[in-house]
Write a protein that binds this ligand. Structure first.
Ligand SMILES: Nc1ncnc2c1ncn2[C@@H]1O[C@H](COP(=O)(O)OP(=O)(O)OP(=O)(O)O)[C@@H](O)[C@H]1O
Length: 433
């Protein structure tokens, strides 16, 4: 139930508002003064505030300013006499959601209130959960993300393509003390090798052919905030060296520039590769790896989070319908079964795309199994086989790199020694000569 705080010194109006809102199944608390309101905001859960512009000990604008200073992001609607409309507009500039001229009528109040509450619920969910996901493995991911968020440690998020690594990075940023500063994602795999350094550190005019003006890099853009290095395993070796130096010295210099800049940036990196193998093969600097990996979060593939499939599918369906003005009520039982049994090699991204195209194809108002454009079971079997072959190759390579020392190979593969033995047995890998 949403909780509303009414700040109004006209007790008759306050009581009338309270009665109307309680009839709408909202929970209401009243405050007569700004001081009283501040105490309630500081100590109780409040979803929305309806405040008179003039209060016995101040006004609604001061209340807004106090909230801003104390990082209380509760939407506030100002109530005002007609004569005060210009100050109400001032209040809106100070961050009020809207204003309501007095006398207040339920028919003008409810639509505004509903609109704001709906929006708050959406952002609130965004701020608190890894969207739509409830499965125990994701709860554990969320717990680890929240624990590390309050520190300034570098975090390495590992997980398959499309599993939602950027959302976890975003959660770390939003729950950290840096949340009012930028979150800057960089796809390290998408930057051409020769432009990487310029992209990270910027350049000064004339530094190279084509540098016609000064340009800042992502370290500047993320100043005070979080830099999210997606696909970090794809960073060119030279840029790895530069990056390591910047992270150690906490200073950087744009290409061709003389001046050095202080760098106050928290690094969250992500990879879908076996970075230990890249180290063993000499493609990734081990010292940089340790610098980035002060804390690890393993994001499980969607197939290991069965409880998330349906809530996510429903979310993507609602999102599609809202955006495209379609009316589709849900999934047939056979579609649900198919969604749950599929292996989702492309993870959440594949699920989202599948639901969207199924919603587009559906002619019946529900999504049936036949609307889901998923590979046949035979395809799934060959996919499983391919995954197993890849895993076998990885194990053999790690064993060779570790000179057949199984403890070291297990470490390189980031699995336990018993799991390594189990997998060697499964794949018939024999290291005894
Ligand atoms: N919990 C979620 N709720 C809603 N959408 C999600 C969720 N998780 C992932 N997505 C969506 O799935 C897509 C893939 O997510 P994301 O980009 O975070 O994955 P990734 O692991 O970083 O992928 P890649 O390794 O390919 O960069 C995005 O469009 C994202 O918005």
């Amino acid at each position: 139930m949403s909780r509303i705080l009414i700040v109004e010194d006209d007790v008759v109006l306050a009581r009338a508002l309270k009665n109307w809102l309680e009839r709408e199944r909202l929970q209401v608390t009243c405050a007569i003064t700004a001081a009283n309101a501040r105490r309630i905001i500081a100590n109780e859960e409040v979803d929305m505030i309806l405040s008179d512009l003039r209060l016995p000990d101040g006004d609604g604008i001061e209340l807004l300013e106090w909230m801003k200073k104390n990082k209380c992001r509760i939407p506030l609607i100002i109530m005002t006499q007609h004569a005060e409309v210009s100050s109400a507009i001032r209040a809106m500039k100070a961050g009020a959601e809207d204003y309501l001229p007095k006398p207040i009528h339920p028919e003008t109040l409810y639509p505004k209130l509903n609109d704001v509450l709906l929006r708050t619920r959406k952002t609130k969910r965004k701020q608190t959960d890894i969207l739509q996901r409830v499965s125990p493995p994701i709860r554990e991911v969320e717990r680890r993300a929240r624990l590390v968020a309050v520190t300034d440690m570098s975090v390495l998020i590992r997980g398959e393509n499309g599993s939602g690594k950027e959302l976890v990075a975003d959660l770390i940023h939003r729950t950290s003390a840096r949340d009012d500063k930028p979150f800057v994602p960089v796809d390290c795999g998408a930057i051409p090798k020769e432009l990487s350094a310029a992209e990270f550190f910027g350049y000064v005019k004339g530094a190279f052919t084509g540098a016609v003006t000064d340009k800042t890099g992502v370290f500047h853009a993320a100043d005070g905030g979080t830099l999210f290095l997606d696909e970090v395993g794809n960073l060119p070796y030279e840029v790895q060296t530069n990056l390591l130096r910047v992270l150690q010295e906490r200073r950087y210099r744009p290409i061709g520039g003389r001046r050095e800049y202080a760098c106050d940036v928290r690094i969250v990196a992500a990879t879908n590769e076996n970075i230990e193998r890249a180290i063993a093969e000499g493609h990734f600097r081990e010292d940089l790896y340790h610098r980035l990996n002060e804390f690890t979060i393993e994001l499980p593939p969607l197939r290991e989070c069965a409880d998330d499939i349906l809530p996510l599918a429903e979310f993507f369906l609602t999102q599609f319908c809202e955006k495209n003005h379609r009316r589709i009520t849900g999934f047939t039982p056979s579609a649900v079964k198919r969604l749950k049994n599929y292996r989702w090699p492309g993870n959440v991204r594949e699920l989202r795309n599948t639901v969207r195209s199924a919603a587009l194809l559906s002619m019946t108002g529900t999504i049936d199994e036949t609307d889901l454009d998923l590979p046949s079971t035979r395809g799934m079997e060959s996919y499983a086989l391919k995954v197993e072959q890849e895993e076998r190759t990885r194990i053999v390579k790690a064993l060779k790199a570790a000179k057949y020392n199984k403890a070291l190979a297990a470490e390189l593969l980031r699995i336990s020694r018993p799991t390594l033995y189990e997998k060697m047995k499964k794949y018939g890998i024999n290291t005894e000569k």
